[in-house]
Write a protein that binds this ligand. Structure first.
Ligand code: NAD
Length: 440
């Protein structure tokens, strides 16, 4: 099938490459011409495990193309997936300007029937707005062409995006007509494994499903973070509590890890957007608002532990930070908790020696205004002369470091484990001052 994907970010590029891998002829459009040129030269603008090989293979096979020419991309695909960003607007609601610009671009150049698919995370009612935008442009052009708008929210996780797209738990399709449903079924047929995972529903339910899923996951995190903070206060160990509650199949072990707060390009903005969406209907979202407030607070937790240990004035102090990306296996720094940790420590006078296996270039862009941050190319170099190690992102390389070496390099053998990666008793026996999250 001939497919166009609009937007070559984490979702667009992965979707385009995976659709090509299944034999489709895919054209990816981006307004960022530099990005398109880079992709055409064989570059991959983001870090995502396995993506480089997948893209290269499909480009070489002639099934995956990149363009910044809207007319060419519209002409290419009978199906046009919109996978552009939906960042938070000033009031926290999803900013739809890129989605609507993509829709108008399709309308300006289409000459025959198109299925337009919203893959971006968009508030309920967006498909109607996309439909109206397309209809308006077609009316301006004085042409009457058939088109439909479907919702197909994406559930992939950065860091495991290819696996998630190739082997989805479910594929949600919101569509109003049989023709569109039939085409979407054909596209996703190769991705169904043991059983049919395609869920066809009405468009509004599909749009809401994405927000409900992210809000539920964020709720679990904030719940566990608050429970961890309580565990610290009452002298309990959240890791034991986690095991105790996760064994209940109604609860389960997934997504029950306390930490330094959630970040990334999805949870913070989607939780906010969901609240705003409900607000438009005069519905308070008390749980969701609390989830957001608890998370905003949690991001300060690690810095507060340092202040409790060393006092408000941190001038002359240096801290090693391991892990900058908002989670392992990605270079995405959007809303990363490490940024709050670094900001809180440096504004009190501390300096930071930071290391991340892949996100340092991205981090350097975000932190370029902060002269107190030094990036080092070896994780152990970060520790030299530091008043403590702060583990913020649980990359595998940090799981079992050479603790003797860690101890020898640190000025003060303090380990603040923001992801409860280490065995507290072992570290204490090895002479470390150790603090995790929720482990009294
Ligand atoms: P991104 O910021 O990485 O990429 C968006 C891309 O769209 C950019 O390359 C940008 O240049 C391009 N773009 C913007 N306007 C365009 C236009 N009119 N025409 C062509 N290209 C255009 O975004 P992302 O992280 O891939 O997210 C895209 C959407 O998917 C968002 O709605 C997001 O909430 C959702 N989503 C993201 C993830 C994730 O893990 N990142 C997961 C599921 C859903």
């Amino acid at each position: 099938m001939k497919i166009t994907v609009v937007g070559t970010g984490y979702v667009g590029l992965v979707s385009g490459a995976c659709l090509a891998e299944m034999g489709n002829d895919v054209m990816c459009l981006d307004v960022n011409s530099a990005k398109v040129a880079f992709l055409r030269e064989g570059g991959i603008p983001i870090y995502e495990p396995g993506l480089e090989d997948l893209v290269r293979r499909n480009v070489q096979a002639g099934r995956l193309h990149f363009t910044d020419d809207v007319a060419a991309s519209v002409a290419h695909g009978d199906v046009q997936f919109i996978a552009v960003g939906t960042p938070p607007g000033e009031d926290g609601s999803a900013d739809l300007q890129y989605v609507l610009a993509a829709a108008r671009g399709i309308a300006r150049h289409m000459t025959g029937r198109k299925i337009i698919v919203d893959k971006s995370t968009v508030p309920v009612g967006t498909a109607d707005k996309v439909r109206a935008a397309v209809a308006e442009v077609l009316a301006e052009r004085g042409v009457d062409l058939p088109f439909s708008v479907a919702s197909n929210p994406e559930f992939l996780k950065e860091g495991a995006a290819i696996h998630d797209f190739m082997s989805p738990d479910r594929v949600v399709v919101g569509a109003d007509d049989e023709y569109t449903v039939g085409v979407m079924r054909r596209i996703y047929e190769p991705f169904q494994r043991t059983h049919d995972r395609l869920m066809v529903m009405d468009v509004r339910s599909a749009e809401l499903t994405k927000y409900a899923a992210n809000a539920m996951l964020a709720t679990r995190i904030s719940f566990m973070n608050e429970m961890a903070n309580l565990a610290e206060a009452v002298g309990a160990d959240i890791e034991q509590v986690r095991r105790g509650i996760g064994a209940d199949p109604r609860i389960g072990y997934h997504f029950l890890y306390p930490g330094a707060g959630y970040g990334g390009s999805c949870f913070p903005k989607d939780v906010q957007a969901l609240s705003r969406m409900a607000g438009e209907h005069q519905l308070p979202m008390r749980v969701i608002e609390a989830v957001e407030a608890a998370n905003d607070e949690q991001k300060f937790r690690l810095a507060r532990k340092i202040v409790r240990r060393y006092g408000e004035d941190l001038s002359g102090r240096c801290f090693a930070v391991w892990g900058l990306a908002f989670k392992p296996n990605t270079d995405d720094m959007r809303e990363a908790p490490s940024l709050t940790v670094i900001e809180e420590l440096t504004r009190r006078g501390a300096t930071i020696r930071a290391y991340d296996p892949v996100a340092m270039d991205e981090a350097a862009k975000v932190l370029k205004h902060n002269p107190r941050v030094t990036f080092v190319t070896d994780m152990y170099d970060a520790l030299e002369g530091a008043d403590g190690l702060v583990l913020v992102t649980e990359w595998k390389v940090f799981r079992a470091p050479d603790f003797e070496r860690v101890r020898a390099l640190l000025k003060t053998p303090l380990v603040l484990d923001g992801r409860n990666q280490y065995n507290a008793a072992d570290l204490k026996a090895a002479g470390f001052e150790y603090e995790g999250i929720g482990r009294a």
